[in-house]
Design a protein around this ligand. Sequence first.
Ligand code: AMP
Length: 238
Amino acid sequence: MAGGVHGRPRRNAVSVILVMMGAPGAGKGTQAGLLSHRYGWPKISTGDILREMSKAETPVGRDLRRVQASGQLVSDEILAEIVKERTSREDCRDGYILDGFPRTVTQAELLLELSRQQGRGVIVVNFAIRPERLIERLSRRLSCPGCGEVYSLTVRAPRQPDRCDRCGSELTHRADDEPEAIARRLEVYQAQTEPLIGYFRDRKLLLEMQGEQPVNSLFEELVRNIESRVGRAGEISA
Ligand code: AMP
C-alpha cells in the first residue's frame, strides 16, 4: 500500500520503525512478512542478510558461516553497518520492519539513535512464548532461501511440499535449526536479547503480544494494537 497505516499517503507524516522481538521461533519472521504485505514497508531480516553475505567464499563469508551455524551472535559493528546501509535506501522512506534486530543493548542504542536521525517513531513488538513450544516450532520450520518466507510443517505448511508458495524456490531446513544450535541460540537469546524487553518497556516503546495464538488472530490483534499507537498525525503514542 502506498499510504500509511490508515491508508492515507504518509509523505508528511512521521514514519515508523516496527521492531519484531522474541526468541528464535516465536513467530517474528511470519508476522513481519504479513505486516510488510499489509503496509508496503520492507521487512528487513538481519538473519537473511547475514545468510546471504555468508555465501561468499571470502574470509568474512567463512567467518559468518561459522558464527551463524554455532548459534552465536555476529558482532555489533557488522550489524551497525548492515542496518545503517539498508535502512537508508529509498524503499524505507515510509517506514520499515526490523526482524531480528536489535539483539544486544548496543544494537538497541543504535536503533534509537537511528530513529532520532531518521525522524521516525519506534514500536517494538515482543512475542512471548514458552521455551518448549519454541523447540517444537524450530525443529518443524522450513525457510525459503529465495525470498525469506517462513513455513511450519504443523501450522503453516506450504501448498506444495518443499516449494515456496511465493517464489517457487526449494524450501530448506536451516542448519541452525538443528537441536544443538537451537539450544545455543536460546541461551544466547536469554543472556543478550531478553534484557531488551525491560529496556524498551522502560522507554514506553514496547507492545507485548501473546505469541502462542494462531498466526491469523495474532496478526489481527497486532494490527489493531499498532494502529491504535499511530495517532492521527502519525505520531507514536505509548
Ligand atoms: P535469525 O534468522 O534472525 O534467527 O538469525 C540467524 C543468525 O544470524 C543468528 O543466530 C546470528 O548468528 C545472526 N544474526 C541475525 N541477526 C543478528 C543480530 N541482530 N545481531 C547479531 N547476530 C545476528
